[in-house]
Ligand binder design. Structure first.
Ligand code: ARG
Length: 465
């Protein structure tokens, strides 16, 4: 009987050619060719192992490795011809290999299936992407540390409910961002640990009858170990979901930074200047300078969370083991990685050029009665119950509001009118400088404490590098 699908690697069983639309509909090569380098890397390791186990001859192994290396060059230089007829990256490369080296090319697939092959490729691919994402994350953290160092004693209002709450230092605020990103980095490293386990050898789902050496292949590919269950290896994409979850948290953090930058760059806050290189103008309003980079990053956080939800939905109803549904994991994953790298890069480039408007930050803290809690604490230290102190300070704030003055600008006589417990030493607590300086405990906003936090972060940083 003739094979009507002779141009395909696996179609002899079929009596009918694939419907033309179904061929395009089921193909993934347009997007999974992005994993070509990892596919070749996996195949070279597989062929090396097959030979070491006596399943391929040395001549066959060398022909395969030579062919795959050449194909890698063709792909890198753009001369490789991809075909939808070959469905995906794996079959395209294998078909070309067989074209080039003949029968040995067909032997490469011994003891494996596309199911364990694709699961391996994605893991290798994500492992590489995590390196790039972590590098951009680290660059952004370094920029934040530098800026925090410059502003360890720059005073600004701290907010709750977006209302002025208590004075803080800008360096302290920046170090909050730093902490958020440190946890993001840890999450990525954690995710890498779990995905760095090798599925190859699981074959289609049940393993293989060939005497393979999975420890050897895992070692060649830098995996920590071979996976423990063949069904699980080819079916679960929880590692991809975990990556998208870690990515969603990074984007959520970047989105919050973005929101603050957008607010702070407005005339109403006027806390920072975002350099022109990271803004654009308006086509109609000549005065406008729009904070496009943070706005776009804030917007892009939505698509990454969307990808996380897509992957969860993709996985949730699949029976063991492999199902074609899993082909749908790639586009959300690739876009998650691209979005993360681009957003982190834009931020890492922009943060070193942010200009803090110190006077404006300072005046804003003053206008908001940011030291009201300090006055209450002062009265408590002099023996008043906190609830009563809260009342007294409320009255003092009202006088300030009526006469358009900060608490530190009220006279001693005026303050003593509210409580006789108040002495001249009160002004040491009512100033913004006095307020921040008094918060010296671990995690506090005092400039000295912030400087220590920066130094500790830098020391840890060096250890990590
Ligand atoms: N392109 C497929 C994917 O992305 C490769 C595995 C296909 N396996 C199969 N038995 N059809 O998942």
């Amino acid at each position: 009987m003739t094979n009507i699908n002779a141009d395909k690697l696996s179609s002899a069983r079929f009596a009918q050619a694939t419907d033309a639309f179904v061929e395009v509909f089921t193909a993934s090569v347009d997007f999974d060719k992005r994993m070509a380098a990892q596919d070749i890397q996996g195949s070279i390791a597989h062929a090396t192992m097959l030979c070491a186990c006596g399943i391929l001859t040395e001549a066959e192994r060398d022909a395969i490795i030579g062919g795959l290396t050449h194909i890698g060059e063709e792909i890198a230089s753009g001369t490789f011809v991809w075909s939808v007829k070959q469905e995906d990256v794996h079959m395209n490369i294998e078909a070309r290999l067989t074209d080039m080296i003949g029968i040995a090319g067909k032997k490469l697939h011994t003891g494996r299936s596309r199911n364990d092959q694709v699961a391996t490729d994605i893991r290798l691919y994500l492992r590489d992407e995590i390196v790039h994402i972590t590098a951009e994350l680290a660059r952004l953290q370094a920029a934040i540390l530098d800026l925090a160092e410059q502003h360890a004693d720059t005073i600004m209002p701290g907010f709750t409910h977006l209302q002025v709450a208590q004075p803080i230092t800008f360096g302290h605020h920046l170090m909050a961002w730093f902490e958020m990103l440190s946890r993001d980095r840890e999450r990525l490293q954690d995710c890498r640990k779990r995905l760095n386990v090798m599925p190859l050898g699981a074959a289609a789902l049940a393993g293989t009858s060939y005497p393979i050496d999975r420890d050897m292949t895992a070692g060649l590919l830098g995996f920590s170990r071979p996976s423990a269950n063949s069904l699980d290896s080819v079916s679960d994409r929880d590692f991809a979901i975990e990556f998208a979850a870690a990515g969603s948290l990074i984007m959520m953090h970047l989105s919050r930074f973005s929101e603050e930058l957008v607010l702070w760059a407005s005339a109403q806050f006027d806390f920072i200047d975002i350099p022109d290189a990271f803004c654009t103008g308006s086509s109609i309003m000549p005065q406008k300078k729009n904070p496009d980079v943070p706005e776009l990053v804030r917007g892009k956080s939505g698509r990454v969370t969307g990808h996380l939800v897509s992957l969860l939905m993709l996985m949730k109803s699949q029976p063991l083991a492999y199902n074609k549904d899993n082909q749908e994991d790639k586009e959300p994953l690739f876009d998650t990685a691209d979005t993360l790298i681009n957003c982190l890069r834009a931020f890492a480039d922009m943060v070193p050029h942010l200009v803090a408007k110190k006077t404006s930050m300072y005046q804003s803290a003053k206008r908001g009665f940011a030291t009201a809690t300090d006055l209450a604490d002062y009265l408590v230290r002099k023996g008043m119950a906190f609830r009563d102190a809260h009342e007294v300070v409320g009255l003092a704030v009202r006088l300030g509001l009526e006469t358009n003055r900060d608490l530190s600008e009220l006279s001693l006589a005026e303050l003593q009118g509210f409580s006789t417990l108040i002495d001249a030493d009160v002004f040491g607590f009512l100033t913004l400088e006095g307020s921040v300086a008094s918060r010296q405990h671990i995690g506090g906003t005092a400039p000295e404490t912030v400087k220590k936090a920066i130094a500790a972060a830098k020391a840890q940083w060096q250890l990590a590098e």
